[in-house]
Each structure stands twice: as structure tokens, then as C-alpha cells.
Design a protein around this ligand. Structure first.
Ligand code: GTP
Ligand code: MG
Length: 437
């Protein structure tokens, strides 16, 4: 029986280790698969125990009013202070941290625990030090867990929504600390005599039978257990504008041109695996940028391909990150065979995933204009102005072709830009500002 139990325990440990290794491997190899969700368990601290003071406890102290030959006693009895309460246990609080953009730091963590409350103690515990100014309840600092903006918190069991963290610094208490135990005065034991208030214990065998009247008197002094909750955290990018387009269209390059962000840029598809955020400047048009209040937050998402709405490529995993954006910036590679078809592919994927997405106001950026100029007049390449017109035309056709319910929006502007050379970027910035107003 014992060996069997030991075997099961060893198996459980092995499984745990295996799980941990799996998570570690996943985090190293494919973090984009789990960057926006994690399951964690949090446990708040338990309350500290209340102080237990014997009834009539105290001590004899010198009576300062005593004068020779006065009738006052030389010593008087000083009862102990009222018994102190235990401190409340630490609550567990989630805090929206604008510096974070994923939930990877919470993977593979054991249960996150708040500290237990301090026991009631007139000197150091909940009653505070004896100095009056400091004599306040001891406070147990809560356990603060940083999460990125846009985190949705659900209870793992049952899936009840506990809250969302959208503003920087916003907090959400997910597990409350246990209440501290109350300070109690122990009932007098039978067979304990007091003389002059001082406690004097009688001999052994009498104390032995010292039964207590209320057998449960000590229960009040015990601190309550802290809450333990299993949570599912899900993050959705919070941004004003979402950058969408086929892989390799230059979305990350445009984000780098419009903001201070420094996303990875490379000449192959699916360079971007996790959303990158950046804030546009509010400086004068054309004259540099700088982050400041009022700047728009742009989110550069991984490339979309045909079938993304059913999960092809990085598909659905990222389409949902558009939920909280209020406008879209379509990035189209103007130097491909058919930029208009590329634009329509992305529009269609958006509509198939969520019809509401393609009704949002948007701007089209025809990127890589420098390549267009290089081999001007080639058979497959149209002049920028003709391309812009063709995109508008296609958008109108899509709008006309829509059946009833949802009207896809027309682009508010179609601009030819070059992310690498910076042409048209200042105008694009302006258009985005207008778009958001
Ligand atoms: N000539 C030229 N090349 C550009 C321009 N913008 C981007 N590129 C190049 O296009 C390639 C892809 O750029 P990215 O910004 O990584 O494209 P992306 O859309 O973010 O790609 P994914 O993240 O893979 O979806 C890189 O080699 C860039 O240097 C441009 O305006 N002109
Ligand atoms: Mg990219």
C-alpha cells in the first residue's frame, strides 16, 4: 500500500515536471501561441491570529503617587492592554501595467500567494507599536501581479467574468485576504486564584482539572483563510489603430516609421509573431515625432493570409486583437503583381471573421512606393495615382456588392508611401489623426 502510494506520488511529480518542461519548451519555441492567455492560481494570505490574554493578566507596578506615611498603596495593579486583533491577510491584486505587452511572465508559475497577516501583538502586530502615533492596525501589503492593458479576467471554473483592466494602473482584487482573528480574553480557569489582581497558579494537579466553560472560546482568535481562486487571463491588445495587411507588406516597417517602436523587420513573411505597439507623435506635421499625450496607439499585427478567419497562418489568434481598435490602417505592398487583389483579400478575411471589422473607418497605405518609381512604366506596375484610384474603385464595388446587413466602409484616404524612405509618412500620420477624430 505504502509503495503504491509512493509510486503514485512519484508519477505525479514526474508529470508535474514534464508539464513544466513542456511549458518551458513552448515558451522558448513558440511564445506567440500563448502570449495572450494564461491560467494561474492565486491564494490570498490568511488572517493573523488574535492575541490571547489571560483574564485578569497584568502586573504590579510602582505607584508614583505613593508618599511616605500616605494611605496610598505602594504598588498598584496595571492590567494588560486589550488583546490585539490579528492583521488581515494580503489580498491578491492584478495591476494594469502599460510597460507589459504580453502574459508570458505568468506562465509556468506555481500558485501565487499573498502573505499571511501578522499575529495580534501589542508591540509588533496589528495593535501596532506602543507609541500612540504609530498605534494602528498592521497592514499586510497586497500581492500585486502586473498584467498588460486589455487583460480580461475570468474565473477558471464556470468562466464568470471578474473584470477587465483597460487603464494604466487600474487594479482588480481577485482574491481577498482572510480577516484577522479577534483578540480574546481567555476565560479564567477553575482552580486559579488571584490575589491583589496578580495571577497565582496553584499546584499541578489542580491545574490539570482546570476545565474551561466555553470549549470554543479560542475559535474567535483564529484568522480566516485567504481566498484561493483559479483564474483564466486573456489579453486583447488595446490600441487606436490596427495595422493589417498580407505578410511582408511592410506593416512593421510603417510602425517603425510612424512611431518610436522598433519592431523586427525582415524580408520574409511572418516576421511578426506577436503584436507590436507604438505611439504616434503629436508634433507638427512633417517635423519629426515624439511621444506625447494625444498620440494614437498603433498595433502592428502579424500578417493575414487568405483563410485567416478559419485559422490559416496565425489567423484567428490575431484577428481578435482588432476588437478594441477603433480604426484600421490597411498596408498594401504596391510593388506586387496585383495590389488591389491583395487589399480585397484582407478586406474579405476581416468581413468573414467579424463583419463589424470591415465597417470600421480605415486608411489604405500603398507601401514600397520607392520600388514603384524604380522600374516605372513596367507592364504590371501602375502609376501611384492610378493604383490609388483602383483601390477606391475596388472598395466601392465591395460596398455595392454587400448584401443588406453590413456596409463595408470606404477608405477615408488612399496614400502612396514608402516606409523605408519616409515619403508620405507625415501625411499618413495626419490622416490617422483625422481618422481618429
Ligand atoms: N523598398 C522598400 N522595402 C520595404 C518598404 N517597407 C518595407 N520594406 C521591406 O519589406 C520587407 C518586409 O517588411 P516588414 O515590415 O517586416 O513587413 P511586415 O508586413 O511586417 O511582415 P510580417 O510581419 O511578416 O507580416 C522588409 O524587407 C522591408 O525592408 C518600403 O517602403 N520600400
Ligand atoms: Mg511585421
Amino acid at each position: 500500500m505504502l509503495t503504491k502510494g509512493a509510486g503514485a506520488a512519484a508519477a505525479a511529480t514526474k508529470k508535474r515536471t514534464q508539464n513544466k518542461e513542456d511549458i518551458q519548451k513552448l515558451l522558448e519555441d513558440e511564445p506567440h501561441k500563448v502570449f495572450d492567455k494564461v491560467d494561474i492560481t492565486v491564494r490570498a494570505g490568511s488572517g493573523g491570529g488574535g492575541e490571547v490574554v489571560a483574564k485578569g493578566a497584568g502586573k504590579m507596578v510602582k505607584n508614583f503617587k505613593y508618599r511616605a506615611r500616605s494611605s496610598l498603596p505602594k504598588q498598584i495593579f496595571l492590567p494588560t492592554a486589550a488583546p490585539a486583533d490579528g492583521a488581515e491577510g494580503a489580498s491578491v491584486v492584478l495591476v494594469a501595467d502599460p510597460a507589459l505587452d504580453n502574459l508570458l511572465h505568468l506562465h509556468g508559475k506555481p500558485t501565487l500567494c499573498g502573505r499571511n497577516g501578522a499575529a495580534g501583538n501589542p508591540l509588533t502586530g496589528s495593535a501596532g507599536p506602543l507609541r500612540r502615533a504609530l498605534k494602528q492596525r498592521a497592514v499586510t501589503p497586497p500581492l500585486r501581479i502586473p498584467v498588460p492593458l486589455g487583460t480580461v479576467v475570468k474565473r477558471r471554473r464556470g468562466g464568470a467574468l471578474l473584470g477587465e483592466l483597460l487603464r494604466p494602473g487600474q487594479t482588480l482584487v481577485v482574491a481577498r485576504g482572510g480577516a484577522g482573528g479577534a483578540g480574546v480574553v481567555a476565560p479564567a480557569k477553575r482552580g486559579t486564584a488571584r490575589a491583589g489582581g496578580a495571577r497565582r497558579r496553584q499546584d499541578g494537579d489542580e491545574e490539570e482539572e482546570g476545565a474551561v466553560d466555553d470549549a470554543n472560546w479560542e475559535a474567535d482568535a483564529v484568522g480566516a483563510q485567504g481566498e484561493e481562486v483559479g483564474l483564466s487571463l486573456l489579453m486583447r491588445v488595446v490600441a487606436d489603430v490596427g495595422l493589417v495587411g498580407l505578410p511582408n507588406a511592410g506593416k512593421s516597417s510603417l510602425l517603425a516609421a510612424l512611431t518610436r517602436a522598433q519592431p523586427e523587420i525582415a524580408a520574409y513573411p511572418f516576421t511578426t509573431l506577436m503584436p507590436n505597439l507604438g505611439t504616434t507623435g503629436t508634433g507638427p506635421p512633417g517635423g519629426g515625432w515624439g511621444d506625447g499625450p494625444g498620440g494614437a496607439v498603433l498595433a502592428d499585427l502579424p500578417g493575414l493570409i487568405e483563410g485567416a478567419h478559419v485559422g490559416r497562418g496565425l489567423g484567428r489568434m490575431f484577428l481578435r486583437h482588432l476588437r478594441r481598435t477603433s480604426a484600421l490602417l490597411h498596408v498594401v505592398d504596391a510593388a506586387t503583381g496585383d495590389p488591389v487583389a491583395d487589399y480585397l483579400t484582407v478586406r474579405r478575411e476581416l468581413r468573414l471573421y467579424n463583419p463589424e471589422y470591415c465597417t470600421r473607418p480605415h486608411v489604405v497605405a500603398l507601401n514600397k512606393a520607392d520600388l514603384l518609381a524604380a522600374d516605372w512604366g513596367g507592364p504590371a506596375r501602375a502609376a501611384p495615382s492610378a493604383l490609388e484610384a483602383a483601390i477606391l474603385q475596388a472598395a466601392r464595388q465591395m460596398q455595392d456588392g454587400a448584401e443588406g446587413e453590413v456596409q463595408p466602409s470606404l477608405p477615408q484616404a488612399v496614400l502612396t508611401v514608402s516606409a523605408t524612405e519616409g515619403t508620405g509618412v507625415a501625411r499618413l500620420n495626419q490622416e490617422l489623426r483625422v481618422l481618429l477624430e
